[in-house]
Design a protein around this ligand. Structure first.
Ligand SMILES: [Zn+2]
Length: 118
């Protein structure tokens, strides 16, 4: 598994950038289930989600080559998993839900290279 350590924070995830009808990859089946530990969701407007994820993931973003400015991200601090998802009036609810499912997959150990994603 690819992870980058910032202090005691383990970073797992990146997501795609926004568009009107974007495809948001879903986790492979083994990681596609509720997170069994404490989960803290940061549901933010697009701009704020990008800003926060941009602060959290710049190194892994440049390493992975996936997305320079992710719209969503996840990281674990001990057993606590944090996810950042875009939400609010400018974000369709089904997209927020898809981002949530994607990021929780990372909480469950789905690798940053999205192996097995669908
Ligand atoms: Zn991801």
């Amino acid at each position: 598994m690819r992870s980058v350590i910032f202090g005691s924070v383990f970073l797992f995830a990146l997501c795609g950038s926004a568009s009107a009808d974007m495809y948001i990859m879903q986790p492979s089946p083994q990681y596609d289930h509720p997170y069994r530990g404490p989960l803290i969701e940061h549901a933010l407007p697009w701009r704020d989600a990008r800003a926060l994820c941009g602060q959290m993931v710049p190194k892994i973003a440049s390493l992975s080559g996936y997305v320079k400015r992710p719209d969503a991200c996840a990281w674990r601090a001990g057993h606590v998993c944090h996810i950042v998802v875009p939400a609010g009036r400018d974000v369709p609810a089904h997209e927020t839900a898809a981002y949530r499912r994607h990021e929780i997959g990372h909480c469950n150990g789905w690798s940053a290279n999205h192996s097995g994603g669908r």
